[in-house]
Structure formats: C-alpha cells, structure tokens
Design a protein around this ligand. Structure first.
Ligand SMILES: [Ca+2]
Ligand SMILES: [Ca+2]
Length: 134
C-alpha cells in the first residue's frame, strides 16, 4: 500500500512538471489554421496568438506590413513556415534589420515555433525564402 502511494505522488509530480515545461522537440504542436498554405506567418504573441502578419514572398522591410494598425517589425514572437516544399526555396531566412541585415536564423518548411528564443523574439524585421543556411 505504501509503495502505491509513493508511486502516485511521483506520477503527480511528473505530471505537474510536464505541464510547466515548454514545448520540446517531439511534442505535438497544433499549428495555426489561420496561416494559408504557401505563406510564412508571424504572430504577435506566443502560441500563434495575437495579431498575425503573413507573406507569400520575400520582404526586405517588415516596417510597412500592418495588422491591427501595428507593423510587423520587431513584433513576432511565434512563427509558422507554411510554405510549399520546393528545392532551395522553401526555408524562411530571417533578419534583425530591414534590407536583410543581421542574420537571425531560418525556419524549415512546416516548422512552427510557438515561442521564439530570446535572440529572435521581437527582433525580426525582414525575411527571404531560400535554402537551409549553414
Ligand atoms: Ca514590407
Ligand atoms: Ca530587429
């Protein structure tokens, strides 16, 4: 009986830990249906929430792309690459500054990041489609 109680406590502890832990590789992320096929979408808040900006092509300056009266520049906290698979043109490369300056990384086709890491969060100001970098 005592062993059963201890096991129950451990299970409860692990369950609470799992809930508090951010999404990890292998977790199922429910990608946003609001992002049309063929588009790269950026969201104002984590978990694909808040305002959304979307692009089918490249954009060297997010400063003139508005949603809800706000430009996309330095506002993306989650992103979804819903691009159509194609050779060396389905990855989204993102930049810290307009004019494709300040490389920040890339997102593979189908990749959905529900909460960008600090070095990308609220920093993206331009993107272009291409192949994987590095
Ligand atoms: Ca633009
Ligand atoms: Ca920036």
């Amino acid at each position: 009986m005592r062993k059963t109680i201890v096991a129950g406590v451990i299970t409860a502890f692990l369950a609470s830990f799992a809930v508090a832990t951010p999404a990890q590789a292998g977790d199922v992320i429910v990608v946003p249906r609001s992002c049309p096929a063929g588009y790269f979408c950026a969201y104002q808040l984590a978990d694909f929430d808040g305002l959304m900006w979307k692009w089918a092509g490249d954009d060297s300056n997010w400063g003139n792309n508005y949603s809800g009266g706000l430009s996309a520049s330095n506002r993306a906290t989650s992103v979804f690459n819903n691009g159509t698979p194609c050779y060396k043109c389905d990855h989204v490369i993102v930049f810290d500054e307009a004019g494709y300056e300040g490389y920040l990384g890339w997102f593979a086709p189908g990749e959905a990041v529900w909460n960008l890491p600090d070095y990308q969060d609220n920093k993206i100001e331009a993107h272009e489609w291409g192949g994987a970098v590095g």
